[in-house]
Structure formats: structure tokens, C-alpha cells
Design a protein around this ligand. Structure first.
Ligand code: 13P
Ligand code: SF4
Length: 302
């Protein structure tokens, strides 16, 4: 593994490349990366980074967003088949119908979506900035796509808005049930329950803290509690153990694995740097349309 990691680092230097990795990818890939973080942090890095080539270790919408934000760079995607199923759970027709129904509608698009849907939206959000951005919008009526659970959580915190929900969901987060969490809590009394807002309402209602992957890691590191039940994808354990080595983290069995994030292996990272392929590509017209809501997110989230 160390030989492979050294090979990857040498190729990065040769290609003037940097590696961006989400907290859900394999620990060996996180360790070789230049930047590791949540979706918002990685989008900011993709926009601001001076290197010519970005290697995006995450599901495809993440590489696609990096490509939208940074048209002059080459964005390598080690596993182009790593789709986030939720990103496909809304279509253009639903947006069109909703815009017809509400004249003042703002379409708020979770970054877990494809470029053609972003292009039809007013603003993008991630789980770490959705509350701030939705609150700042002048519109009363908001169509929140594609994640119904994140949308419901945002609606619960901003009752003054009429937030219309879509039925998309993350199969990893919704597979964590309230019964699972209750059972884990019985086994670890006193543990704090940290929840990603893609989880169901029942699970969110049991939470001591609700936030993005980065928020969960920061909360656990700062908390005076020693034990935590973690309700998000288990890849976060790698950083949790670095940030809080003396604390204990519990997960709900084998349910908390995103199979698509796990398609990104160190071998594939090495191969794509060696071959300078596969790359995220997009036609210019779509890129320009999809970049406006991402730009708006970056400026409203500041
Ligand atoms: P974060 O933005 O919290 O990292 O979440 C991304 C994601 O895909 C959650 O499933
Ligand atoms: Fe998509 Fe869920 Fe995987 Fe996140 S954990 S990338 S929302 S399938």
C-alpha cells in the first residue's frame, strides 16, 4: 500500500495535480489526498486551487461540480461509474411544473444532483450551508430538490418559508432506522447521537447534533462526551479517529456503507493519474448554465 501511495504522490508532482477526497472514500485514498472534506469544502477547494489538474475522489456529481467551477482545469475522476443514486431522483419536468404553479418559486438544488438539473435551478446548497442560504433567499416558495430528508430538515428550521419537498432520498442514510439507533443507545448509554440531515425524521428527532460530515467530525472532537453513535456513512471514522483518538464511535452494523464512494480505490487513483483519464467533460453551454447556481452558493455561503 505504501508503494502505491508513493507512486500516486510522484505522479501528482509530475502532472502538477492535487487530490481532493470526500470523507466517505476509503481511508487509504483519504491519506494520499491533499484536501479531505465535506462537499462544500471540496467545492471551494476546486474553485480556488491553482494546480492544473484536480483528481476528484468522490461520486460523479462531485467531479462534475469541480469541472463546472473550474473550466480551465482538467478534472480526473478515478471511478466514473460511482454514481450517487439520489442525484438522479428529480427531473426537468417536475421543476417546470413547479415553476408554473408558483410564480415566485426558488429552486434550491442540493449539490447531490447532475449538471442538467443544476442548470435549471436558482441556487445550489450543501448540507453545511443549506440553512444559511435558504434563510437568505427573498422567495417565500422554495422547491427543494432532490433530497426530501434534507429538505424536510431545512423546512423544520425555517418555518416562515413554504418549502415544497421532492421524494428523493439517500439509500445509505435512510437505511438507518430509529430502532437501530435506539438499540445502539441502549448498548452505549450516555453516547451522543450525531446525525447527517439525509437521515429520516425519526432518526433526526433522536439527535444531539445534526450536521454535515465535517460538522459531525468537528462536533465530536469538541464535545465533552467520550462516546458517539454516528448516523452517517462509515468513511468518516477515519477522520474521527484522527481528530479524537481517545473517543469511541459506534455505527449501525454494515448499513452505513456507500457502495459508490467505495469504488474509488488507490489503484484507480494511480491509473487515472498515469493515463490522465478518465476526465469529467461537459459541453460549454451546459457548464455555463450550471455554474450560476454553484457560484451563487459560494457567494451566499461565505
Ligand atoms: P456532506 O456534504 O455532508 O459531506 O455530505 C455529502 C453526502 O453525499 C452525504 O451523503
Ligand atoms: Fe449519494 Fe448517499 Fe452515497 Fe452520499 S451516501 S454519495 S447521498 S448515495
Amino acid at each position: 500500500m505504501e508503494k502505491l501511495a508513493n507512486e500516486v504522490r510522484a505522479l501528482c508532482r509530475e502532472r502538477d495535480a492535487v487530490i481532493l477526497a470526500h470523507y466517505y472514500v476509503d481511508g487509504a485514498v483519504q491519506d494520499v489526498a491533499d484536501y479531505v472534506g465535506d462537499s462544500y469544502y471540496l467545492a471551494k477547494v476546486a474553485r480556488e486551487n491553482p494546480h492544473r489538474t484536480l483528481v476528484f475522489c468522490g461520486v460523479t456529481f462531485m467531479g462534475e461540480s469541480a469541472c463546472i467551477l473550474n473550466p480551465d482545469k482538467k478534472v480526473l475522476v478515478p471511478a466514473p461509474d460511482a454514481l450517487c443514486p439520489m442525484a438522479l431522483m428529480v427531473d426537468a419536468e417536475k421543476i417546470r411544473l413547479m415553476r408554473e404553479k408558483y410564480k415566485d418559486l426558488a429552486v434550491v438544488c442540493y449539490i447531490n444532483s447532475m449538471a442538467d438539473i443544476k442548470a435549471l435551478s436558482d441556487v445550489c446548497v450543501t448540507s453545511s450551508n443549506a440553512l444559511k442560504i435558504v434563510k437568505s433567499l427573498p422567495n417565500k416558495n422554495i422547491f427543494f430538490i432532490p433530497d426530501g430528508n434534507l429538505g424536510r430538515y431545512v423546512a423544520s428550521q425555517i418555518p416562515e418559508k413554504n418549502i415544497i419537498l421532492n421524494s428523493g432520498y439517500c439509500h445509505v442514510h435512510t437505511s438507518i432506522t430509529a430502532d437501530d439507533v435506539e438499540k445502539a443507545f441502549r448498548e452505549h448509554q450516555g453516547a451522543e447521537i450525531l446525525v447527517h440531515p439525509e437521515c429520516t425524521q425519526e432518526v433526526c428527532e433522536m439527535a444531539d447534533y445534526i450536521g454535515s460530515t465535517k460538522g459531525i467530525i468537528e462536533y465530536a472532537a469538541a464535545s465533552s462526551a467520550r462516546e458517539f453513535i454516528i448516523c452517517t456513512e462509515s468513511g468518516v471514522l477515519h477522520e474521527l479517529e484522527k481528530q479524537a483518538p481517545n473517543k469511541k464511535f459506534y455505527f449501525i452494523g454494515a448499513k452505513q456503507i456507500c457502495p459508490n464512494m467505495k469504488k474509488i480505490t488507490l489503484e484507480k487513483v494511480r491509473d487515472c493519474l498515469r493515463d490522465m483519464s478518465p476526465v469529467a467533460i461537459m459541453e460549454d453551454e451546459l457548464r455555463q448554465k450550471a455554474s450560476a447556481p454553484l457560484d451563487r452558493m459560494l457567494s451566499l455561503a461565505k
